[in-house]
Design a protein around this ligand. Sequence first.
Ligand SMILES: [Mn+2]
Length: 333
Amino acid sequence: MIIKLMMVGDLHVSDRAPSTRTESYTEDILMKLHGISQMARVENVDAVIFVGDIFHSKRPQGTSHALVKKVMQAMKTMQRVIIVPGNHDYDKANPINIHKGPLGVVSMMENVTLIGLPDSVSTKVKGLKIAGFREEQELYQFPVAPIVVAHAAIFPTGSKPEVWEAWDAQEVSDSYATLQGGHPRLIWYGHIHEPHGVYQVKTHERHHDVKYEITFANLGAISRGSMFEPDYDRIPQVGVVTWDMDKVGTPEGSFEIRKFDIVSARPASEVFRLTEVNEKRQDEADTSAFIDALRVAELEVLSVEKMVSELRERSDVDEPVRERAVELIEAVT
Ligand SMILES: [Mn+2]
């Protein structure tokens, strides 16, 4: 039995273009989503799997109904859709609230399954178990399945930057080695917008009699990230995993991964305001100071909307700094 899965990185669908992006942002992402759908049909995949951050706004009311509907229309043409929520898709304190937001609406479609939630950790595609986890779960809670999909921030060993709250791939592999009941063969993850590609990690001998290898893959965000995009010329890609069930556990390996360019994606010069990106980076320091000042300011804050409107009226602060502060507030609330 052969099973084919298409793996898709962070989408960050939004009604409003981030300040470093051109006005075509929303339209561009929808176009890419339709491109993905078309590729899924051509490749005849059994399921399209999204690794989280489908919608950019964390607030349930932060995405228009019209846009949610457009995303649903694109997903409707996919045979089957599996989604692991990302940090933008749910409230950490109460993940079950995800059902109140756009992803909850999307998951009501017959062909869509949400996994990685307390009430639905895993699913099966033609008998192949696929488990999901979100980033804040402890290592010992990892669900075990041949394929694990995660929004978690995992870095290839030796490349994890200190500023990130992230796992080292070696750490993840070794943690699985201490668990009973097996280990995944493939972990596909998102969250980090820069692509890490496909890489293998062997567990350390000290943990286990038998050394095994886990393949990690992250082909980067479909949305192409933000001002921190390290490579503006990158063409967003999706992965296709072809899994041979009859070969599971054999030394020659039971799956192969192919990468596909999303050809409908526009070049960076058309989707990024590149000159503004540098100015934005300059503003970062000012913005941090401004946010700190806000923490001690005695603003009567009744709602996010009120806070944002009060911010926009502050003439003592440069406009780009104010807009950046609004973005940060919207991102964390
Ligand atoms: Mn994320």
